[in-house]
Design a binder for this molecule. Structure first.
Ligand code: HEC
Ligand code: HEC
Length: 267
């Protein structure tokens, strides 16, 4: 195999026999999150037990586009029906909703997401390349328990679900011109139109360019601010980090609202 999977994955694969233990650990994580959820909108949750349980690991090497292609091609073919079972048995549903539409306003929707993007995120959480905060730390603890087959299957499952509809999350009120940024970009600031990679309907584009339509605007804003500050630095080509740094907070909020409203026909 050309790609060496992260050590953590090897550990997780070896321990797949102890399903009960895995379930127990996950229930613990979900409960810990449940306890902190109340204040999650106002402030970061208190450090979960998981943050303390892990010895600090050296930051993993960043992707090169070629290494990423290779890693995604090395994953087994996914099956959406098996993926539904993974989604339920690994408790993804408890946080991301029955069909990948998160029931809380603070967590990302996964429904309608491109399989390549979801798979990349799960690899990035496993290797700690994506580890921008305590919420991402939680996903690390879950992702290390997944086998490559489970990653492919659950990614196929989300890709087969319809994009999220308006979930009632409060919209930011920014007046910046999101549509111009989406369709024309801003040549003066070297911002490429979002639509050229993410598709005109926010349905996602080539390779791992994520679907954005219907995404929760609070999550959307948070993750773009994380790219901007460098807290999120897992993008292979570093394009998203570069674009985010050139956007104002107002523009980010306008873009979050624009994409949140896309599938409900308001655009
Ligand atoms: C206890 C709650 C919880 C559980 C259980 C959970 N997640 Fe998550 N997940 C989150 C949170 C919170 C985030 C957002 C992290 C952030 O803000 O960086 C997230 C992010 C993600 C993302 C990245 C989304 C994006 O748009 O980039 C993927 C993919 C994902 N989760 C998949 C899964 C899968 C698959 C499972 C089950 C194997 C799972 N999650 C279980 C809470 C959870
Ligand atoms: C050159 C192609 C390209 C352009 C242009 C681009 N993106 Fe991206 N975007 C990507 C890729 C690739 C990813 C996945 C990066 C990763 O692996 O984290 C991404 C990820 C994202 C994410 C994270 C999705 C999630 O679920 O966490 C958001 C939000 C986003 N882009 C918004 C935008 C916006 C808004 C614009 C326009 C201002 C834009 N992008 C322009 C390629 C692009």
């Amino acid at each position: 195999m050309p790609l060496t999977y992260p050590r953590t994955l090897a550990r997780a694969t070896r321990s797949t026999g102890s399903q009960a233990l895995t379930a127990l650990a996950l229930t613990g994580i979900a409960m810990a999150m449940g306890l902190t959820l109340g204040g999650a909108l106002a402030k970061e949750p208190a450090p979960s037990h998981s943050a303390a349980a892990h010895a600090p690991t050296a930051a993993p090497a960043a992707w090169t586009p070629a290494a990423l292609r290779n890693a995604l091609n090395t994953l087994p073919a996914g099956n959406a029906e098996r993926g539904r079972v993974v989604h339920q048995q690994l408790f993804c549903a408890s946080c991301h909703g029955d069909n990948g539409q998160a029931p809380t306003q603070n967590w990302p929707h996964l429904a309608g997401q491109k399989a390549a993007y979801t798979a990349k995120m799960l690899l990035d959480y496993q290797s700690r390349l994506r580890l921008e905060g305590q919420r991402a730390e939680l996903m690390h603890d879950i992702a290390v328990m997944m086998t490559p087959q489970q990653i492919s299957d659950v990614s196929a499952f989300y890709a087969a679900q319809p994009a999220p509809r308006d979930d009632g999350t409060p919209r930011p009120t920014s007046a910046a011109d999101a549509e111009r940024l989406v369709r024309k970009g801003d040549p003066a600031r070297l911002i490429t139109p979002c639509a050229s990679c993410h598709g005109v309907a926010g349905q996602g584009g080539k390779l791992e360019a994520a679907a954005l339509a219907g995404q929760n605007p609070l999550y959307f804003t948070r993750t773009l601010l994380d790219y901007q500050s460098g807290q999120r630095a897992n993008d292979a080509a570093k394009g998203m980090s570069a674009f985010a740094k050139r956007l104002t907070r107002d523009e980010i909020e306008a873009l979050a609202r624009y994409y949140a409203d896309l599938p409900s026909g308001k655009k």
